[in-house]
Design a protein around this ligand. Sequence first.
Ligand SMILES: NC(=O)c1ccc[n+]([C@@H]2O[C@H](COP(=O)([O-])OP(=O)(O)OC[C@H]3O[C@@H](n4cnc5c(N)ncnc54)[C@H](OP(=O)(O)O)[C@@H]3O)[C@@H](O)[C@H]2O)c1
Length: 248
Amino acid sequence: MNIAGSIALVTGANRGIGQSFVSELLKRGAAKVYVAVRDPASLSDLLRTGGGRLVPLMLDLTDPTQMEAAAKAAPDVTLLINNAGYAAFEGAISAPDLAGARQEMEVNYFGPLALTRAFAPVLANSGGGTVLNMLSMVALVSLPMAATYSASKAAFLSLTRSVRAELGAQHTLVIGVMAVQTETELGARLPSPRLAPQEVVSDALDAVEAGTNEEVFAGGLTRGAYEAFSADPKAFQAKMSTRLPARA
Ligand SMILES: NC(=O)c1ccc[n+]([C@@H]2O[C@H](COP(=O)([O-])OP(=O)(O)OC[C@H]3O[C@@H](n4cnc5c(N)ncnc54)[C@H](OP(=O)(O)O)[C@@H]3O)[C@@H](O)[C@H]2O)c1
């Protein structure tokens, strides 16, 4: 699909990769971008850059009542970007309790699942449209220092593939974007070098424009990591398995 003239919705639009998505969508000529956030006050600077094309939308992904409300408030969406994410950076065993793990599943799995269900009819009305899911290389390999985050992204990858199959009948394309460590608040906990958010977003939106309907590996660092993973998955996992949580 063309970004020019599209109507997008970006979750977690106020910072990090989400904010980069918004800027790049505007640059590529999106007609309207719904900027979905938990706290609209966090958008004040971004809204000034939109020239009237940005529409704030209140959306906490842990509140199921807000999903249907969002679909009613944004009935013209053609590109749904499930970007928002949360990482507790905890081990599976050493975490003090399961609160972080549950929050990760709520934000990284149940939230996008509920939102995609709410927007499926909206996308069908537009002729199909595209769903873009922000995944992570840790969907393919487990990182013990972020054990439960890795598990939530693996669940999201599995979901992405099933949703792609199910929405195929209504001509909705579903792209899963893999990325390694990226320079954001979340990525600051991961080792350098890191990708620039713009590099991730540029490759992701190129995939949207190319009509991709599969997983894409965004950024040079991610493609390098995927090559190493493909060459020897067990050795790659063994390397990741040395990155243990601080308190383990
Ligand atoms: N950075 C990396 O290294 C990296 C690598 C691969 C994949 N990713 C994925 O890329 C996506 C964006 O990550 P990022 O690095 O930009 O993270 P970030 O800078 O930490 O931003 C996270 C965004 O998600 C939002 N969010 C968190 N909990 C939410 C909730 N309950 N409801 C709605 N929004 C919520 C945050 O909103 P608030 O401001 O309100 O907290 C914020 O806008 C995530 O899915 C992440 O897993 C990141």
